[in-house]
Design a protein around this ligand. Structure first.
Ligand SMILES: NC(=O)c1ccc[n+]([C@@H]2O[C@H](COP(=O)([O-])OP(=O)(O)OC[C@H]3O[C@@H](n4cnc5c(N)ncnc54)[C@H](OP(=O)(O)O)[C@@H]3O)[C@@H](O)[C@H]2O)c1
Length: 252
């Protein structure tokens, strides 16, 4: 018997990066996984990888800033896999460059708030009613070290949106605990996804490593293992936490 045997899991933003690692690990632990994103080729590749490894997965596409698209994705998952037991609301990212606040455009602010905080709200709004009806469920949201401690180089709209996700998570945990639903948040420090491998120059990588008491940068698997713990019964009495997956670079 594996940690997530028979569970249906939706991992938003699993066409690449951290979400793809979570989808892979959940499938390896027995979950039937809905792999989600917008890039159909990337989705097919992740789904095929999971199936090659003996796991079960479907692929679904939706823009998580649009409620109607999320609702139709939920119907598709329920039709193909059954009710969603585990939601990892992972899709997001920073959509503005770091810089002085007065130089941040309103569009950039809105994009980061919509793409993280509002997307998380809308995704949970769609999936939660079924969980409450079934009196069971598990929700994991995704913050960032940027929302755990201030830094002059952090993009403020992203950090503020992620801080909002943390508070949303904790308020929701108090509302839905009586319905047998746990809600937790993960806050990763810099994770070497494919994108970050390309984006961060080697010289900067070393400087970032030096900020971590555990002398390396994170990899997607580090976040996936934390998500697996929170999603499993091993974390049965854990709700409303923000779990720093940060190699010691954040200690709150
Ligand atoms: N990597 C890090 O260092 C780091 C650190 C802290 C927190 N995080 C957080 O962890 C999460 C995953 O990050 P990542 O680095 O793995 O990201 P990534 O490699 O850029 O992948 C982002 C994923 O989210 C999906 N996505 C984004 N906006 C979407 C939208 N509006 N509708 C549907 N799908 C959307 C993308 O789908 P498509 O590409 O298919 O469109 C993709 O699957 C994010 O919430 C991020 O803020 C990352």
């Amino acid at each position: 018997m594996s940690a997530l045997d028979g569970k249906v899991a939706l991992v938003t933003g699993s066409s690449r990066g951290i979400g793809a690692a979570i989808a892979h690990l959940f499938a390896r632990h027995g979950a039937r996984v809905a792999v989600h994103g917008r890039d159909l080729a990337a989705l097919s590749a992740v789904r095929a990888d999971i199936e090659r490894a003996g796991g079960q997965a479907i692929q679904v596409a939706a823009d998580v800033t649009r409620f109607a698209e999320i609702e139709s994705m939920r119907h598709q998952i329920e039709g193909q896999l059954g009710p969603i037991d585990i939601l990892v609301a992972n899709a997001g990212g920073s959509f503005t460059k770091p810089g002085p606040l007065e130089e941040t455009s309103e569009e950039g602010w809105q994009a980061s708030v919509d793409g993280n905080l509002t997307a998380t709200f809308l995704t949970i709004k769609s999936i939660l009613p079924g969980m409450k009806q079934r009196k069971a469920g598990n929700i994991i949201t995704m913050s960032s070290a940027a929302a755990r401690r201030p830094h002059p180089q952090s993009p403020i709209p992203y950090a503020a949106a992620k801080a909002g996700i943390q508070m949303l998570t904790q308020h929701l945990a108090t509302q839905v605990g009586p319905f047998g639903i746990r809600v937790n948040c993960i806050a990763p420090e810099t994770i070497l996804t494919e994108r970050n491998q390309q984006r961060i120059p080697n010289s900067q990588k070393q400087a970032l490593v030096d900020l971590h008491p555990v002398k390396r940068l994170g990899v997607p698997g580090d976040v996936a293992r934390a998500a697996r713990f929170l999603a499993s019964d091993d974390a049965d009495w854990v709700t409303g936490i923000v779990l720093d997956v940060a190699g010691g670079a954040v200690m709150v």
